[in-house]
Ligand binder design. Structure first.
Ligand code: GAP
Length: 442
């Protein structure tokens, strides 16, 4: 089978056509860098998030607790974290057409990609946080910011979590939630957005444990992508140079994926030292150190952080899974998503409408168990197979005229398109024993 790779344009079109992702406020002309998830996108994102959670919880020797922090934070909190001072990107403006760009995204020796002229402004720092005012007050104390990363709500809650749970250092606090960045140039669809979701874990440990924890999480996080079926050669680890390190980090490594626009960061793994807890301790006046009973002394825990965007991973998985293939029955677009990630796990397709009833019963049993399955009886069977290929459904059950005689259905496998017959009564046990419903990432 000849294969054609994905382009960004093709993925954007597929996402809209099949209801994965829509531009936010589409009917009003859209909001740049902001997207809504459609029905299939919502299911797929849920699957991504539960795969991530599961990849953390499978370590029975590690305590990992989950929180769900607020999106708004005080000015004092963002000052302490260093974001108010450091969280900006270099901005440059074309003086001829007023288009604005991230200065590190373009060649300032070249011409403006919008108007073709070369008349650049000075490069200046553009702050990336969204600022707002709480209530009707205009005092400084009522200023709040939408969080640009979920990590800080973990740090400011460190002591709350520690004292309300039976955990000891080392342990992790993890969180999935929205973050907001007023990116100068949101681009490449879900790659760089202004509102996006992050999945972050902060691993709290002693200074002595930190480097081996960093080495552990580096490998662990890369393995997560392999377990999700992402093409091995397209994922690698890249250590940051000294100049690249963020204001808080003493060592950082990116998991990078080879997008059509080059190898780019998918996830960041950072050894943050004890920067954050020390800052919040100093600035809030609340002691966030931990007492070591053996040493009879307090210490400020060190932190290794793993941080990945749900939406960036979503885009990565789509790129990796997308294929256009020539088949005996014509061309098809197929999303070869890992069954754990596929939004619909199985489709129930009677050959014609009047053969619906027996299959409908099998479908209802699975729906009642909470499985994400679909029943579809309209249109030609070939078109229905194509639709399910395109949304990544791992297999389809079809009830045809032979089914009436021998109470069997065909199972069609998405990737190989092979078909085999099984008894209609065996669908439930087939599903119980088959990967899309069982696949764990360990
Ligand atoms: N707490 C550390 C932190 O936020 P980051 O490298 O700025 O580090 C971590 O972000 C991850 O969040 C990135 O690797 C990426 O997957 C995702 N991410 C960051 N900015 C994003 C954006 N504008 N749009 C989509 N995803 C983004």
């Amino acid at each position: 089978m000849a294969q054609t790779a994905a382009t960004l344009e093709k993925l954007v079109a597929l996402c809209k056509r099949r209801g994965f992702v829509f531009q936010a406020a589409d009917i009003y002309g859209g909001l740049n860098g902001v997207y809504d998830s459609g029905p299939l996108g919502t299911l797929m994102k849920e699957n991504i998030k539960s795969a991530w959670k599961q990849s953390l919880l499978r370590h029975l020797d590690k305590d990992i607790l989950f929180i769900d922090g607020a999106l708004l934070g005080t000015e004092s909190m963002w000052k302490a974290s260093g974001h108010l001072e450091n969280f900006h990107d270099p901005l440059v403006e074309c003086k001829a057409c007023n288009a604005r760009f991230r200065a590190d995204d373009i060649d300032l020796n070249g011409n403006c990609s919008r108007c073709g002229k070369k008349d650049w402004s000075e490069v200046r720092e553009f702050h990336l946080m969204f600022k707002t005012q709480l209530g009707a007050s205009v005092e400084q104390s009522s200023t709040a910011y939408l969080r640009p990363e979920t990590a800080q709500s973990i740090f400011v809650n460190f002591k709350n979590v520690l004292s309300s749970n039976r955990v000891k250092i080392p342990f992790g606090i993890a969180q999935i939630g929205k973050s907001f960045r007023n990116e100068v140039t949101p681009k490449q669809f879900l790659f760089r957005m202004r509102e996006f979701e992050q999945m972050e874990i902060e691993w709290f440990c002693t200074e002595e444990e930190a480097l081996s924890a960093f080495a552990f999480w580096r490998e662990e996080r890369k393995n997560f992508y392999t377990a999700l079926g992402v093409t091995n050669e397209k994922v690698h680890l890249r250590d940051h140079t000294q100049e690249e390190l963020s204001h808080y980090s003493s060592a950082t490594c990116d998991v990078e994926y080879e997008f059509p626009f080059g190898f780019k960061e998918l996830e960041g793994i950072a050894y943050r030292g004890n920067y954050d807890l020390t800052q919040h301790s100093t600035c809030s006046g609340k002691d966030l150190s931990v007492f070591d009973e053996k040493k009879a002394a307090s210490f400020m825990p060190h932190v290794v952080e793993c941080s990945v965007g749900v939406d960036r991973l979503f885009l990565t998985l789509l790129f990796d899974a997308y294929a256009e293939e020539e088949t005996e029955s014509g061309p098809r677009v197929v999303l070869k998503l890992h069954p754990t990630i596929a939004p619909i796990k199985a489709a129930f397709l009677p050959l014609v409408d009047k053969l619906s009833e027996p299959l409908l019963q099998a479908y209802r049993k699975l729906r009642a168990c909470g499985h994400s399955v679909q029943f579809d009886s309209s249109g030609s069977i070939g078109k229905r197979y194509r639709r399910h290929d395109e949304i990544g459904t791992p297999f389809c059950f079809t009830y045809d005229y032979d089914s009436e005689k021998d109470n069997t259905v065909t199972v069609r496998y998405r990737d190989s398109m092979k078909q085999e017959r099984i008894a209609i009564d065996a669908i439930e046990s087939f599903i119980k024993n088959t990967s899309p419903f069982l696949d764990k990432l360990c």
